[in-house]
Design a protein around this ligand. Structure first.
Ligand code: S3P
Length: 176
């Protein structure tokens, strides 16, 4: 399928909501390049996300995210797989919306827990890998995630193709 969207498509959502996996599949379907924010930031800084948090603190990492989003407003249209905290800063949402639409991926805390299981590069989940802690953190973010979203996709019990089809369909409806 040829890309029919003339803007960036930014995927937001909680850690483990499927942003990276969905971006990859959607990128192939639409023949669009993918920017994986965590990966790019980590590569540029020469260390893991956990080490950036440890060495420089969360605010430093958040500023890198904002700078990267500003950078992505120029150049060709891409799929942006955002870090889970991106939508918490109003400035980030404004930057993305200058040239893009925001897709919120949602999943239940139980699904999130299954997906993040043994990955240790998520400092905010360290010591919080249980349904209750994930629910609590998710609740503190819900309002901002939903306010930022142009479209919302519930991912539980859907396969990757269904999720991508739904994104394409809902974005197309918005563009009409
Ligand atoms: C974060 C999510 C992570 C990463 C960092 C902070 C968050 O990205 O950016 O650990 O605040 O939710 P993923 O959502 O890709 O795990």
């Amino acid at each position: 399928m040829q890309n029919r969207f003339h803007y960036n498509i930014a995927l937001i959502g909680f850690m483990g909501s499927g942003k990276s996996t969905v971006s990859e599949h959607l990128g192939r379907m639409l023949d669009m390049e993918i920017i994986e924010m965590d990966y790019l930031i980590s590569r540029r800084e020469g260390m893991s996300i956990s080490d950036i948090f440890k060495k420089y603190g969360e605010e430093y990492f958040r500023t890198l995210e904002t700078k990267l989003l500003i950078e992505l407003q120029t150049g060709k249209n891409v799929i942006i797989s955002c870090g889970g905290g991106v939508a918490m800063r109003e400035r980030n949402v404004q930057e993305i919306k200058k040239n893009g639409r925001i897709v919120l991926l949602r999943a239940t805390p139980r699904t999130i827990l299954e997906r993040v299981g043994n990955n240790d590069d998520r400092p905010l989940l360290s010591g919080r890998k249980d349904v209750e802690s994930i629910s609590r953190l998710m609740e503190t973010r819900r309002e901002k995630y939903e306010a930022a979203a142009d479209i919302i996709i519930d991912t539980d019990e859907k396969d990757i193709s269904q999720i991508c089809e739904e994104i394409i369909q809902k974005l197309s409806e918005k563009d009409r």
